[in-house]
Design a protein. Structure first.
Length: 149
């Protein structure tokens, strides 16, 4: 099933989220200090992931409704991600490893389950509204510390 146009900007955002996961894994594999990786993830999460999550909450999830089990699961996952990436009391190495795994799972669930379900149940009007509502944010890499290279 080809992805509907209104979901494509969200899928592009997910690509950048997957790249974040790859960068975390690459940094860990290279022995980069967790503080350096954490500085980047803080920037990325605040700059890109938080606005993305808010847009999904505002435009995507309402198509299925707040009582939908997939939406409830996604919102719970997002709260866990916020705790891991933003307000974590765990050592950075644990937070980054867990966060990378959880973010990858969150993205996969949205792409394979939530977006698929939306394509099945959304009305043409809902899909048009989604297309008009959210435009992809142009990604500008933070090259201050490219620890993954």
């Amino acid at each position: 099933m080809e992805k509907v146009r209104g979901l494509k900007p969200f899928t592009h955002d997910h690509h950048h989220g997957r790249m974040l996961c790859w960068k975390i894994r690459a940094g860990i594999a290279k022995g980069v200090s967790f503080d350096r990786i954490k500085k980047y993830t803080d920037w990325f999460y605040t700059t890109y992931m938080t606005p993305h999550f808010e847009a999904e909450k505002k435009y995507v999830y309402p198509i299925l409704g707040e009582d939908d089990p997939l939406v409830k699961k996604a919102l719970a996952s997002r709260r866990r991600l916020d705790r891991l990436f933003l307000g974590n009391k765990k050592p950075p190495e644990i937070a980054l490893s867990l966060g990378e795994e959880k973010l990858e799972l969150h993205i996969r669930t949205e792409e394979r389950k939530i977006f698929k379900r939306i394509q099945e149940v959304a009305t043409p009007e809902q899909l048009k509204a989604l297309e008009r509502a959210y435009q992809e944010q142009e990604f500008e890499e933070n090259t201050e510390d490219v620890f993954w290279e």
